[in-house]
Design a binder for this molecule. Structure first.
Ligand code: FAD
Ligand code: SF4
Length: 456
């Protein structure tokens, strides 16, 4: 990694320029965005807090290798166009990441040792917002005569298509639904990610030799043999759409919903209301989005039920805080035992838990307490316990397995599977999925170039 020339030491300002929010009481009933953008002045002020570290911690922490140190320097000097160009050089989904990225860069920013890390994600958003409107698209590249197929138009597939399209490959993305963006655009609610923001990113594919084919499912409509016959390489990025069930009595009652289906229908406007008393089961970001969506659909009372304590919750702190500010209630150390009702959900029975020894994740494992069960009246339950890739649709001889995050895992460095020319990958966050798509694209390029140049 390149070291920067020593610059005069800058006085560190530990206090972040505040990020304004829509009022929690007003926003809880509507799908308006939660966080408001910085003004131009606030953007420059926040960028000027960056101490321009000699070692770019933020860049090293970014799974797709964005260079915040340099684009923040450009922003600090008021050069929004320069910052935008640098951001888009490495990142076709920059508009989305400017609002939903889990900002691993900020976690490694040393300014946090004295106060708040630089608000890198919010600065990225502002750079795109205040740059001139014309978006620099990738220059038209001559096609190289080789064809690549991608299964799944989520962040992993899109990143793979973008990298390979820029290198002249003719790319076809086969997508089972009628739209792009996968879980990101399909389930993250509009108070965090609007369709308009996603469309700004989709526009970055214009001019590239990338074709999208919708309503086409693997392997039903296109199987691997056909794909390999018609293309030089294949990338499988099917995401993590298989929801885990709780496996307890009453899960099929009317009123009990798996979170992904629930969020997808809400995002598409197919679900516009909800019964008044809701429980959400789970402690991750999907649970937070489900709970906050229920408030916006008109629920009177929403309670998140989690089997560990607040400290072990996997959801991002900001999501938990925003949910609490909006009035979502939390009940910790309880596990669902059964759903009760005749045809329709009427209540949930909960087992009280205590925390035992740490498990393989390092978090203390919840174990049943010697205490009477709790009965909670509810008419809707959203089950947000976790999701994973559907391995059953892939041929077993590919050697692809599930990673710890539930995403497809092949060779960790290249995404290569056991079958020549077939690659796979995905991730539990947008930027990790994109990183998997990029890793595989570089490996596919190397594989295809070698195949083309090596004697038959
Ligand atoms: C509610 C929710 C909130 C989230 N919030 C955040 C957040 O704030 N920040 C963040 O970084 N991440 C967040 N994530 C995670 C993020 O959305 C995912 O990690 C990311 O979308 C994974 O990208 P992917 O390309 O691997 O898979 P996906 O996004 O799932 O994309 C896979 C694509 O493949 C398609 N597909 C599946 N099967 C087939 C098939 N058989 N044939 C053809 N096409 C197929 C799917 O329709 C989909 O379009 C959230 C996820 C959820 C569910
Ligand atoms: S790690 Fe933080 S302070 Fe250092 S260059 Fe990156 S944003 Fe600036």
């Amino acid at each position: 990694m390149s070291e920067q020339a020593a610059a005069p030491k800058k006085k560190l300002n530990p206090v972040r320029t505040p990020i304004r929010e829509n009022d929690p009481v007003e926003r809880r009933g509507v799908f308006v965005e939660t966080l408001l953008p910085y003004t131009r002045e606030e953007t420059i002020l926040e960028a000027q807090r960056c101490i321009q570290c000699g070692k770019p911690w933020c860049m090293e922490a970014c799974p797709i290798g964005q260079d915040p140190r340099t684009y923040i320097k450009l922003i600090a000097a008021g050069d929004f166009n320069g910052a935008r160009d640098l951001i888009l050089r490495d990142n076709p989904l920059a508009s989305c990441l400017g609002v939903v990225c889990y900002h691993y860069c900020e976690q490694s920013c040393p300014v946090a040792k004295k106060g708040d890390p630089i608000a890198i994600r919010h600065l990225k958003r502002a750079a795109l917002e205040y740059a001139d409107p014309e978006t620099p698209y990738a220059p038209a590249v001559p096609t190289n005569g080789m064809r690549v197929a991608i299964i799944g138009g989520g962040p992993a597939g899109l990143m793979n298509a973008w990298v390979l399209g820029q290198r002249g490959y003719e790319v076809t993305v086969f997508e089972t639904t009628d739209r792009l963006g996968g879980l990101m655009s399909g389930t993250i609610p509009a108070y965090r990610l609007t369709d308009e923001v996603f469309e700004a990113d989709v526009a970055r594919f214009r001019g590239l030799p990338v074709r999208f084919v919708f309503n086409t499912s693997f392997p039903k409509d296109v199987d691997l043999d056909r794909l390999l016959k018609e293309h030089d390489a294949v990338f499988l990025s099917i995401g993590t759409w298989k929801a885990k069930r709780l496996g307890i009595p009453g899960e099929n009652l009317d009123g009990v919903y798996p979170a992904l289906k629930f969020l997808k229908e809400s995002k598409r406007g197919e679900r516009r209301s909800i019964r008044p008393r809701v429980v959400v089961i789970g402690g991750g970001d999907v649970a937070m989005d489900s709970a906050r969506t229920c408030l916006r659909l008109g629920a009177e009372e929403v309670t998140v039920l989690y089997r560990r304590s607040r400290e072990e919750m996997p959801a991002a702190d900001e999501e938990i805080k925003e949910a609490m500010d909006e009035g979502v209630k939390f009940q910790f150390l309880v596990a669902p035992k059964r759903f009760l009702g005749i045809r329709r959900l009427e209540a949930i029975e909960l087992q009280q838990m205590i925390l035992g020894q740490p498990d393989e994740s390092g978090r203390r494992k919840p174990v049943p307490a010697d205490a009477a069960p709790i009965m909670l009246r509810c008419d809707t339950a959203v089950v947000a316990v976790s999701q994973e890739a559907d391995l059953q649709i892939l041929p077993a001889d590919l050697g692809v397995k599930l990673g710890r995050d539930g995403a497809l895992e092949a060779d960790p460095k290249t995404g290569a599977t056991n079958r020549a020319g077939v690659f796979a990958g995905g991730g539990a966050s947008v930027v990790h999925a994109m990183a998997a798509g990029k890793r595989a694209a570089l490996a596919m390029d190397a594989y295809l170039v070698e195949r083309k140049t090596s004697p038959a």
